[in-house]
Design a protein. Structure first.
Length: 187
C-alpha cells in the first residue's frame, strides 16, 4: 500500500497539470467569445477530456486494492494513461486567448484535433490494461466501450467537418454511458 501512495502522487501531479491546463485554456476561450469565432466541436471534446481526467483520478483508489504487486511495466502502462490525458488536455484548446478575428475551428483543424489521437491512445491503453490487469473478457461491454471510445476520436481526427460533427455527437452518449457504467460509484 505504501508503494501505491508514491505512484498515486505521480499520477495526481500529471493529472493535476492536465486539469489546470484544460481549465486555463477553457477560461481563455470563454474570454475570447466576443471577438473570436468559437466552435462547439473542440469544446465538447475538452469537456470529455476533463470528464476522463476526473473519472480516472476518482478510480485511482481502486488501483490501491486491485493491484497487489506493482512492477515497472505496470507502472509505465498506467503512466501512459495519465500522459495521454495530459497531452489531450494540452492540445485540445489554444494555450492562450484567441486573437480578434481568429477561429477556434481553425485552431482545432491545425493543432487541436491532434488531442484526439491522445484520447484514442488513452482508451486503447485502458482497453489493454483492462485485459491484462483486471482480466476483463475480450467479449465484454467494457471492451466494446473502450473500443468505441478509441475509434471515434480517430474518425473525428481524420474525417471531414461533417464526419467530425457526427463522430463528436456519437461520442457524447457513448462517453457518458461509459463513465456511468465503468466508474466506481463509491469507496
Amino acid at each position: 500500500m505504501d508503494t501505491f501512495r508514491w505512484i498515486a502522487v505521480v499520477f495526481s501531479m500529471i493529472l493535476g497539470l492536465g486539469v489546470a491546463r484544460l481549465l486555463t485554456s477553457g477560461a481563455a476561450v470563454f474570454r475570447a467569445r466576443r471577438r473570436a469565432e468559437i466552435d462547439w466541436i473542440p469544446l465538447v471534446w475538452a469537456g470529455f477530456i476533463f470528464l476522463q481526467q476526473i473519472t480516472f483520478w476518482w478510480s485511482l483508489e481502486e488501483l490501491a486494492t486491485m493491484m497487489p504487486k506493482w512492477t515497472f511495466g505496470s507502472f509505465l502502462l498506467l503512466v501512459g494513461l495519465v500522459l495521454a490525458l495530459f497531452l489531450a488536455a494540452a492540445l485540445i484548446l489554444p494555450p492562450s486567448e484567441i486573437a480578434e478575428g481568429e477561429s477556434l475551428r481553425r485552431y482545432f483543424e491545425a493543432d487541436g484535433r491532434w488531442s484526439l489521437i491522445a484520447v484514442a491512445v488513452f482508451n486503447g491503453l485502458a482497453l489493454l490494461i483492462n485485459l491484462l490487469f483486471w482480466g476483463t473478457p475480450v467479449l465484454s461491454a467494457a471492451t466494446f466501450l473502450n473500443l468505441a471510445l478509441g475509434l471515434l476520436p480517430i474518425l473525428v481526427f481524420a474525417g471531414s467537418r461533417r464526419v467530425q460533427m457526427l463522430g463528436t455527437v456519437l461520442y457524447v452518449p457513448v462517453g457518458l454511458y461509459a463513465a456511468a457504467q465503468l466508474l466506481p460509484t463509491s469507496y
